[in-house]
Design a protein around this ligand. Structure first.
Ligand code: HEC
Length: 178
């Protein structure tokens, strides 16, 4: 019976060791929580204009990235957070907010490797919270193909972009980082 507390203690020690070196060593795994999105409007941002990608409803679209990968990065480092904000309507409570975070640790290996997807929503006080997270959205929150038929998953579009670490926007082209 004493095995359980011993294993628990070693997990705590491991967590302490990992936490202790967090400042200068990049993390192997980054698990985002709601607070990791709270300041997203202050991140490096890109005005993408009116964007035709479903389900934008031809809304003004913005990307927010933190941190921007260093110039020459072959991939997005673990811990990279990207939010895509589609301003559907006047009321921010109705905006479509999608995010992807480089989680690492073999997450989503068969889809967009290393990336976790998020649906965010804005609370009454304007702060974002996580509506869903994982390898894709809950049922009914996918994208509809232009012909109105098939619902595509996050992984179907993003996972196919193997040439740019599953990130699709041309403003985040790894070969053209400032
Ligand atoms: C129909 C294909 C398609 C599907 C399905 C799709 N995306 Fe995207 N996504 C795109 C394209 C294209 C861009 C680039 C937009 C731009 O250039 O501003 C993009 C951009 C993004 C970005 C900004 C980073 C990047 O790759 O440029 C995030 C975050 C994002 N999508 C999240 C999601 C999430 C979460 C889902 C699933 C709910 C999803 N996407 C499903 C096509 C898609």
């Amino acid at each position: 019976m004493y095995l359980v507390p011993v294993r628990f203690a070693s997990a705590l020690l491991l967590a302490a060791a990992l936490g202790g070196c967090a400042s200068d060593v990049p993390p192997d795994v980054f698990i985002a929580f709601g607070e990791d999105f709270e300041d997203y409007p202050t991140w490096t941002s890109f005005d993408r204009g009116v964007d035709p990608i479903p389900p934008s409803h031809e809304a003004a679209s913005f990307l927010y990235v933190d941190p921007m990968p260093p110039s020459g990065s072959p991939e997005f480092p673990v811990g990279t957070r990207i939010v895509r904000e589609q301003r559907v309507g006047e009321d921010p409570a109705g905006w479509v907010l999608h995010a992807m975070v480089k989680r690492g640790g073999g997450f989503n290996a068969d889809g967009a490797p290393g990336w976790e997807f998020f649906g965010l929503a804005l609370a009454d006080d304007g702060r974002p919270f996580i509506a869903w997270r994982g390898t894709g959205p809950a049922d009914g929150d996918g994208y509809t193909a232009p012909d109105g038929g098939e619902v595509l998953s996050c992984n179907q579009c993003h996972g196919s972009a193997t040439y740019n670490d599953s990130v699709l926007s041309p403003v985040l082209d790894l070969t053209a980082l400032p």
